[in-house]
Design a protein around this ligand. Structure first.
Ligand code: SF4
Length: 70
């Protein structure tokens, strides 16, 4: 048996990966303050050194950064 993919196998794999990529690109992302590296419990931002207004908590801001993942 030869190594490699047949053209049809390759095309199916490319279509499958493109579909998965589109799903990931379309996924909702969150910048909730509680998931940000600068968040200080219960309601402060270490970056801006300010209390986070309740209405802003779930949206965060443009300075959102990935925090420790646990
Ligand atoms: S998203 Fe912005 S406001 Fe919220 S904790 Fe992070 S840096 Fe502060």
């Amino acid at each position: 048996m030869a190594h490699g993919l047949t053209p049809a196998e390759r095309d199916r794999m490319v279509a499958s990966l493109e579909s998965a990529l589109a799903a990931v690109r379309g996924a909702e992302v969150t910048t909730d303050c509680r998931d940000c590296a600068h968040f200080e419990s219960p309601d402060r931002c270490g970056m801006w050194k300010a209390k986070i207004p309740p209405g802003a908590m779930q949206h965060g801001c443009d300075a959102w950064e990935e925090g420790v993942p646990f």
